[in-house]
Every structure is written in structure tokens, then in C-alpha cells.
Design a protein around this ligand. Sequence first.
Ligand code: ADE
Length: 262
Amino acid sequence: MNFHVLTLFPEAFEGPVRHSMLGRAIQRGLISVKITDIRSYTHDAHGTADDYQFGGGPGMVLKPEPVFDAVEDTLAPYSPEARAAMPIVLLSPQGRKLDQQLVLELADAPGIALICGHYAGVDERVRTCLATHDISIGDYVLTGGELAAMVVIDAVSRFVPDVVGSADNVQEDSITSGFLQHPLYTRPAEFRGMAVPEILRSGHHGEIDRWRRRESLRRTLKLRPDLLETAELSTADRQYLAELGYDPSIIDLPTTDCESAG
Ligand code: ADE
């Protein structure tokens, strides 16, 4: 998977994508992250990438010419078929909100171009005539699209084969599975008076699976009941959810020891 980032701040990417799992994925040739400085596609001596907005108003707007030129140059080495399959993503707070479904769609592509917006915004012609996707990472406004591009790179890379240990890991993820993850524990079995649930130490794998499924359902119902509307639920799942109330507005879920402690 080739990520092509178009940005006014190439230095912003030097650290984050070079470490940990992404760093190893780059070293192993599983992904590549190529950074293009939009400013190098400006045509005046000052490298002017922004301009005042037509109609007046505060804030500068990222000009269309350097962005179109930078994207076209970046995609030029690809075959027409590969180019047609490649998402050209504009990162902006106006876009479709990123979720795991969208991440999976993006992960199918041979590569992704990520345009990081800046200033008050980007000339609308970039959105309507160049970008194939307009993506927001949440309902808040960042100073630019760089952090959002990193989020997309990180989330999509996890679905590139071999980036994360085993393919099963990502399929069983929180959210990908349709539920939030069950609680995880490691040693020590008791820490500052807080014990790991006995069941997890019992060695009864069937019972452990059942406990995990129930905890996952309980947590999803409590924190993200919207996910249950589309999740695949077995009869046993439905029965358990019914025991818990199912209508999140009226149920009072039992809390864990820690939650009740404060
Ligand atoms: N640029 C500024 N805010 C953003 C957001 N929430 N998502 C994506 N890009 C952005």
C-alpha cells in the first residue's frame, strides 16, 4: 500500500510514521509513505500557496493550482487503471466521518493520495473536481489535515496483510467485529488489591469465551449502544442483552469493582 501525502508541512511526518508498527511496516516494504511538499508546486518566488477568498471574509484559502499539480505529478507514474482505483482524499472537517467501514474501503486500494488542507480551507474545486473522498476524523477542527492524514495511514495500514501480527487480530478488533472489546488483563493476578476476574484464571476456555462475549456485549450496550443496531447477534447474545435491559435509557448496568470504587 502506497500512501502519498501532499502537505505544506512535510516535517510533520518525519517522526510519527517512522516508529513502531508503521516504521517496521515501511522497513519491511509492506507500506510506503511518500511526502510531497505542496509549496514546491507554487509558481512565485515566495512560494505562495494561499490567497484571499472571493466574496471577502477572514482567513486564507489554499490555492487550487499547486494542489492539482502536486496530485497529478504524484499519480503520473501509475497506470490509468491503478490511478482510477486510487482514492484521492481531502482531509477536512466537512468530510464523511472516518469509521472502520471507511477504513476497510480505503484499504482495498493499491494506494491513497492524502491532501492535507490548511488555512481557513481549500479551494472548493479541489473538493469537487480532484478529490474522490472528503474525510473528517471527527467533529472538531484541527489546525491542518496532517494529523488526520496520519490517523488514516495508521488505521488503513493495520489492514495491510502482515502489518499487524495476524490477520485474525484485525478482524477481531473492537469495532471491526461490531462490538467493543472485552476487558484485557495481564500479570500480576492481583495488583494493589485489584484482582483479575477468577474466570480468566480458571483454564475453562468455553467459560472464558462466554465471559468475554458477555463483557463485550455489556460494554457495547453501556458505551456504544448504536453499534448493537447493526451487530450480528446470536440468540444467546439477545437473551443476555434482554437481561441487561437493552434499552440503554432505562437500564442501570452493574458496574465493575473499579467503577464503583470511584
Ligand atoms: N482538518 C481540520 N480539521 C479536520 C478534521 N476534523 N478532520 C480532518 N481534517 C481536518
